[in-house]
Design a protein around this ligand. Sequence first.
Ligand SMILES: *Cc1c(COP(=O)(O)O)cnc(C)c1O
Length: 419
Amino acid sequence: MSAIQNQDPAVYTAIVGEKKREAEGLELIASENYVSPAVLEALGTVFTNKYSEGYPGKRYYGGQTYTDQVESLAIERAKQLFGADHVNVQPLSGAPANIAAYFSILEPGDTVLGMDLSHGGHLTHGHPVTYIAKLFKFIRYKTTEEGSIDYDEIERMAKEHKPKLILMGYSAYSREIDYTRVKKIADSVGSLTMADIAHLAGLIAGGEMNNPVPLFDLVTTTTHKTLRGPRGGMIMCKSHLAKAVDKSVFPGFQGGPHENNIAAKAVAFGEALKPEFKEYARQIKKNAKTMENELRELGFKLMFGGTDNHLLLIDVSNKNATGKEAEIALDKAGITVNKNMIPNDPRSPMDPSGIRIGTPAMTTRGMKEAEMVKVAKWMDLAIANRTNEQELAKIKEEVKELCKGFPVPGIGNDSPINR
Ligand SMILES: *Cc1c(COP(=O)(O)O)cnc(C)c1O
């Protein structure tokens, strides 16, 4: 019997429920993934007991022999993975990493040029509901009618507004990014460059997408999306910003780092350095391409004209459904997706026109092209039968059956807690 089961049946029940949910359903949320048993193990270690404000070799409290070891390992592995000059692995998640990165180079009132949110930008890129939007002046570029990033528009806006920072990075954009072109634009107007690779980090680490780290001043990321590590954030930067970034994260913005989390980051980066991870990244893209082709065949309207990465943004309005209706129907069929705004969406964020799907989690389970074909067909069937509870329940059973053949890493059948 596990300690939790013995001591706290209420929490134990919730954990077992989540474990079952993850094992039996199909996870198509583009920002989610399943960590390895080793990453999971690192998270649940005694490193959670330790305060280690500061950085390796420069801490405020004593007793840092092993926190220094593990944090240095995480830093060195991240440097190797992305070719970074300097890395800070302490940001608690992606949003805190972005805020700390902004404050390392910006003063209140400074101008930032970032992507329009309905075109794939992230909340932390200046959405009016965030505090950040009150401090800095965000101006926005969009995608073209055909759906690619409008680099000419970026150039025009950069010349007009002379932003302190040009920001690239998205959570619902599915095309490759021309960082070289953006760096040239930034240099021509004296702007700094920042890329938020939260969604793409694993694909970049696996050599499957362009890497902005050698070019840009600042690169932020989450560690829990395609990179398949623990929930967390990270900032990479050029040497000239190293001090500013470290000071901005601590003491500027955060207190003590979560060393158990940093230990898990080190383990995940170690995994991402292995050749198998390159194969994983390649398969994520192959699976996304297969989904693209199948869904197009089934009459779905794909934004940005398709995908070069792990995700697809789909306008479901031609299927007589809203994003919210599609999300609910798919949920009942055992397929988890999220509703999402599409470019220039006439609808509202709580009930937008689209859904976003991604292949990283399914790929971690070992699913390949043949399974993607099945999933696309179920998606179409579920959305078409969104008011037919019986049909949705039938799909859910079929989904469960498929999932049995592709176990979630770290969820075994023998241990009581089944970590
Ligand atoms: C997910 C994401 C974030 C935020 O990460 P959290 O860990 O949820 O704070 C920031 N930027 C982009 C582009 C993202 O996709």
